[in-house]
Design a protein around this ligand. Structure first.
Ligand SMILES: [Cu+2]
Length: 311
């Protein structure tokens, strides 16, 4: 390759990276204005942190490496099948395989796997042996995303993501723009509530079977439901836990499971609800759009915004 061509290629690549940075900045900016300001102060007072990546405000699941922890698939290629063995490791800041994890929601690591066209969602719990995690997955041809949701002992809770290519001819899943009712195994689940970019939103998921509300949901991983949201376009990852816990005296075992979450930007989100009934865990999938406008951050009443920050 001659020099001008190489330089042109570099310019294109640099522009692409810069463009992505701009997009990310725009996507997360409205949510994190305050937090970013605090970080600036924090960094200035702790020189050791100066070199740390300023990536904490990026939604989970977009990076393969964060805070010194790196997710690595043993093989990032796989053949399709219903029980395909997949193994991976997490490497820590010291370069060694991480073997000590804190239990979160009854497991040391939650693995979420989805094809990039939002078909084939799975939430599994791999087994750990000598620092190597292993599980079986049901994989169809196409591009898959693997999310490891964990907290290494001594580290922060992280979700790292990696791509897994599955051979064969992919049949693209039909595009879904909006879907607020999902049917799975005779259960109907209805989602009410609207996602709002940068602001807390209440989502209620109502479960019924044969038209009868289900009032005896079973705890699964310490809750009556687990909700994963993936942003369309880049698969930014949010793991949401419901209000209340089984056995707290106020939380009913259905038919409604209530979640609160704030999505990082406007856009389309694919939501996956895991719930357990009659001893079986099932997943209901939804697609909803968060409004195009970022609402203004409310100012607490009785507090003039300018007063508190005047010098
Ligand atoms: Cu899990």
């Amino acid at each position: 390759m001659n020099t001008p061509t190489r330089l042109a290629g570099f310019a294109v690549a640099a522009a692409a990276v810069f463009g992505i940075a701009l997009l990310l900045g725009r996507a997360i900016g409205p949510v994190d204005t305050d937090a970013a300001a605090h970080d600036t102060v924090h960094d200035a007072s702790h020189e050791a942190d100066e070199s740390a990546p300023r990536a904490a405000k990026i939604p989970g699941g977009l990076m393969v490496s964060q805070d010194g922890y790196t997710l690595a698939l043993v093989d990032d290629r796989a053949e399709p099948g219903t029980e395909v063995p997949v193994s991976f490791t997490i490497t820590g800041p010291d370069g060694e395989l991480v073997t000590a994890y804190d239990v979160q929601h009854e497991k040391k690591l939650h693995l979420i796997v989805v094809r990039r066209d939002f078909s084939g969602f799975q939430h599994v719990h791999p087994t750990l042996s000598d620092g190597v995690w292993s599980t079986d997955l049901a994989l169809t041809p196409g591009a898959w995303r693997v999310f490891a949701d964990f907290k290494a002992t001594g580290g922060e809770a992280l979700t790292l993501g990696a791509d897994l290519a599955v051979g064969g001819e992919q049949v693209a899943a039909p595009a879904v723009l909006e879907n607020r009712t999902a049917s799975v195994d005779g259960y109907d689940v209805t989602l009410t509530g609207d996602l709002r970019p940068g602001a807390d939103a209440e989502l209620t998921l109502g479960v019924s079977k044969d038209g009868v509300p289900v009032t005896d949901l079973q705890p699964y991983l310490g809750a009556y439901g687990h909700l994963v949201a993936l942003r369309s376009g880049d698969l930014a990852y949010l793991h949401v836990h419901p209000d209340g816990e089984p056995g707290d005296g106020t939380t009913e075992p259905g038919p409604d499971v209530v979640f609160h979450t704030a999505v990082p930007s406007a856009g389309t989100y694919h939501l996956y609800l895991d719930f357990q009934h009659d001893g079986v865990v099932r997943t209901a999938a939804f697609t909803v759009t968060a409004g195009g406008e970022t609402p203004e951050q409310p100012t607490p009443s009785g507090e003039e915004k300018s007063d508190g920050h005047a010098h």
